[in-house]
Write a protein that binds this ligand. Structure first.
Ligand SMILES: [Zn+2]
Length: 525
């Protein structure tokens, strides 16, 4: 038996590992590489292993960097089942569709750009000459209807007739829909057969709704080999979902190889318990100024954690009953998924909400915005309110028009609750806003440019850390040391070089046998 690593080696995205026995090849996760298109396009385009050879697949959780290439897998000949928890299967229904729409949108936009450049060259007869405003207008009218909608049929026809390079999406919405038929939701702690003499049992990983560690056992000729795949590991004492499992069934405790994530292997987070008072402080101060709070929020997990904390604060009358708007169709769908899986909730959620007949994600002031018109109407709302809108890194989506109407007003707060990637608009807001605050808000406010205009960033920008879905070094070590597992070897994946190597050194000092596999490496069990 061996495990081979083809993704999330020396990086945090594109998880793709295989467990190979004499009779079966099992795929662990089938994630998308995320980051700049230039760097990820080639890595995403071709699956590293022919999907036809897999007996089955095991999926740790629904995040796109673990599930995002499943539609390619099923399109290209995979014929097994995708085993995961029921909540993960449910979440994938929305996340994979959403991912397909993004893939289709990106491809359409790139094709539009190719067509536009081609038409501009026709007008000027060469690359260098400057195209007139009238010609630009003409090209735009040909390729777009209104301001935003691409005329895809015209774009495609133009590319075809002129033999121009046409980008196809990584997968289509139809392919994503088709892949959903392969999912097989399994309850935690229930063992399923996933191959010849090969079995899988899920244990909660505490990372996101539905996330699981998978114990994979090969039992043949009186011998047992056990691989434990951590998937992404969560934090302890987070709201809503149960903590990472420490108590494993007796037959699952002797681990020959643990495949373990290492995202924050060299870091220590702020404690989870400090989050609610910090949130309360930000909301109270903003409301006292007569301002509103705008939260760029990730649809799956972060939005629901914030709603949970707000609901608690409202119930305890610790903050005034201001309206809360969730302005993201995906976040609305994902909140419904959370609402339908109380089996994943921790004891505290049962005590604070369920036993009182309350749903943590449903309270009087909470409204879910559906249409674009409703979303636009919110801009005219002058009373204090809270709006959560996507995208999480402010790279697009409805959050932008909320920012456009709110960032010039110093009474308002932009509350950042998630990681802002380098070179994203969210990161820019965060850096400029925090610097202006640190400088005592003296002088002219920084200007930020979006929607082709400059806006003064007068709203306060506050970052609430500690919402991370990944455990830090201490929390991951707790799973290794405080659980009843006996681990022979650990393979570290899913971390940037510095985090993984730092964690590896630390774990070796603690007495563990650790390998950091490179791309394509096999580790024998
Ligand atoms: Zn994850």
């Amino acid at each position: 038996m061996h495990v081979a690593f083809y993704g999330a080696t020396g990086e945090v995205t594109g998880s793709f590992h295989t467990v190979v026995t004499d009779r079966d090849t099992t795929l662990l996760d089938c994630g998308l590489f995320q980051g700049r298109r230039k760097e990820t396009e080639a890595k995403n385009r071709v699956l590293p292993v022919d999907p036809k050879i897999f007996t089955n697949m095991v999926l740790s959780h629904a995040h796109i960097d673990h599930s995002g290439r499943i539609p390619m897998l099923t399109r290209d000949g995979f014929s097994g089942h995708i085993f995961c928890t029921r909540a993960t299967a449910h979440a994938c229904k929305y996340l994979l569709r959403d991912s397909a729409k993004i893939q289709e949108g990106d491809a359409a936009y790139l094709n539009y750009k190719t067509a536009k450049v081609f038409l501009a060259k026709l007008k000027t007869g060469g690359e260098q000459a400057k195209i007139s405003a009238a010609d630009q207008q003409e090209i735009k009218a040909l390729l777009k209807s209104g301001d935003h909608d691409l005329r895809l049929d015209v774009v495609e026809k133009l590319l075809r007739e002129n033999n121009l390079e046409r980008i196809t999406p990584l997968y289509t919405l139809a392919e994503a829909e088709e892949s959903l038929g392969y999912f097989q939701g399994v309850p935690l702690h229930q063992t399923v057969t996933i191959g010849t003499e090969l079995f899988c049992t899920f244990y909660g990983a505490g990372h996101i709704l539905g996330s699981a560690m998978s114990v994979i056992q090969y039992k043949a000729e009186g011998q047992t080999k056990t691989v434990l795949y951590s998937g992404d590991l969560g934090r302890f004492d987070k709201p809503i979902i149960k903590d990472p499992t420490l108590d494993f069934a007796e037959e699952h405790r002797d681990i020959d190889l643990m495949i373990m994530e290492s995202t924050y292997g060299s870091r220590v987070h702020e404690p989870v318990t400090d989050m609610k008072p910090m949130l309360k402080k930000v909301l109270t101060e903003t409301f006292a100024r007569g301002g509103s709070v705008i939260i760029p929020a990730f649809a799956y997990g972060r939005t629901q954690e914030l709603l949970y904390f707000m609901h608690e604060l409202f119930l305890a009358k610790e903050i005034p009953p201001m309206p809360v708007w969730v302005d993201s169709p995906l976040a609305t769908d994902m909140t419904n998924v959370f609402g339908e899986h109380p089996e994943t909730y921790d004891e505290e959620t049962h005590e604070s909400f369920l036993r009182k007949g309350l749903n943590p994600f449903d309270f009087e002031q909470l409204k879910f915005v559906q249409s674009v018109e409703e979303s636009m109407a919110l801009n005219r709302e002058s009373k204090s309110h809270i709006v959560l809108a996507g995208s999480g890194m402010c790279e697009g989506g409805r959050v932008l028009h909320h920012l456009r109407h709110k960032i010039h007003d110093e009474r308002n707060t932009v509350l950042i609750v998630g990681y802002m990637g380098q070179n994203t608009f969210g990161r820019r807001l965060q850096e400029l806003g925090e610097k202006y605050q640190a400088d005592g808000r003296r002088g002219e406010p920084p200007m930020v440019r979006f929607y082709n205009k400059d806006y003064p960033l007068k709203a306060r920008v506050v970052t609430l850390g500690g919402f991370s879905a990944h455990g830090d070094r201490q929390e991951m070590t707790r799973v290794l040391k405080e659980s009843n597992l006996v681990i022979k070897k650990i393979a570290l994946v899913h971390g940037e070089e510095e985090q993984t190597q730092g964690f590896a050194e630390y774990l070796r000092r603690e007495g563990f046998n650790v390998v950091v596999p490179f791309h394509g490496q096999s580790v024998f069990v």
